[in-house]
Structures are given as structure tokens and as C-alpha cells.
Ligand binder design. Structure first.
Ligand SMILES: [Zn+2]
Length: 145
């Protein structure tokens, strides 16, 4: 029987639909889908435009700046990998919905600050952080001063 190591953080199962996004992240860029029919940006990547159901989708780099729409402080993560992180660092995870300046919402973590530093409306900027023990990056956010 093969048992999965739940103390390692899960990595995304990359598909043809989201490969461009993850390639961008691993090159320190936030790249999101843009509908070539109605010019709407969307995140997360999907096979069709959620605005007009158009199937002609391209990609556009966004600045990675935005504001906190909402957030929660996770002190006891359900995932053993994230629980291990909280136990080792003594810092809870700040999980947030970020409204990017281009008008799309993204779920991510806010890092390198204390939970009390974050407020709804706080300005943030994307960073690209290696997942421990891998050469794979994920986008997270830092507070902008
Ligand atoms: Zn569209």
C-alpha cells in the first residue's frame, strides 16, 4: 500500500488550462487569462470565459498589486503540512481574498507580517515563494508600506 506523505505541502496538478499561469509564477510573473472576445480578465484559469462563455482565451501579465478584500487567521490548519508550518514558525497563516488592481480576485496568503498588521483594504503586492523542498513556486502577497 502506498501512503501519501501529508506532512508535505500539496502541489497543483497542472493541466493545459492553467499551465501558462504556473509557468508565469515560476518566472516571477502573475499571468491571468484574458478573453479575446470581450477583453475580460479572469482568475482562476478556466476552459471558457465566465463573462461571455467565449472559448478564445489569451493571457496577460498583471502588476501583482492589489488590496485585501477579506482575510482569516488560520491558527490550526487541518492539513498536517500547514499545521507543521504553524507549529514550527509559531506564526498563524493569514489566508486572504485579494482584489488585484486589474479587477480580479485571487485567494492567497499574506506573509512576512503579523496578523494584527492586516486590515481589509490593506495594499499588497505579489511575491513568488518556493514551496519547501521543491523548485516549484506559488504566489503569495506582502503588505505594501
Ligand atoms: Zn469573454
Amino acid at each position: 500500500m502506498v501512503t501519501e506523505d501529508f506532512t508535505k505541502k500539496p502541489l497543483p496538478a497542472i493541466t493545459d488550462i492553467d499551465r501558462e499561469f504556473w509557468d508565469g509564477v515560476n518566472n516571477n510573473k502573475l499571468v491571468v487569462q484574458k478573453c479575446l472576445d470581450c477583453n475580460t480578465l479572469q482568475f482562476f484559469p478556466r476552459p471558457v470565459c465566465v463573462h461571455c462563455f467565449g472559448e478564445k482565451l489569451g493571457w496577460q501579465e498583471v502588476k501583482g498589486t492589489g488590496k485585501v478584500y477579506s482575510f482569516t487567521i488560520v491558527t490550526v490548519p487541518r492539513s498536517p503540512a500547514f499545521r507543521k508550518q504553524v507549529e514550527q514558525t509559531g506564526t498563524p497563516i493569514i489566508f486572504a481574498a485579494i482584489d488585484l488592481d486589474e479587477g480580479i480576485r485571487m485567494m492567497s496568503q499574506i506573509v512576512d507580517c503579523k496578523p494584527g498588521d492586516v486590515q481589509i483594504g490593506s495594499k499588497v503586492k505579489a511575491i513568488f515563494e518556493l514551496v519547501e523542498g521543491t523548485d516549484f513556486k506559488v504566489p503569495k502577497f506582502r503588505l505594501e508600506k
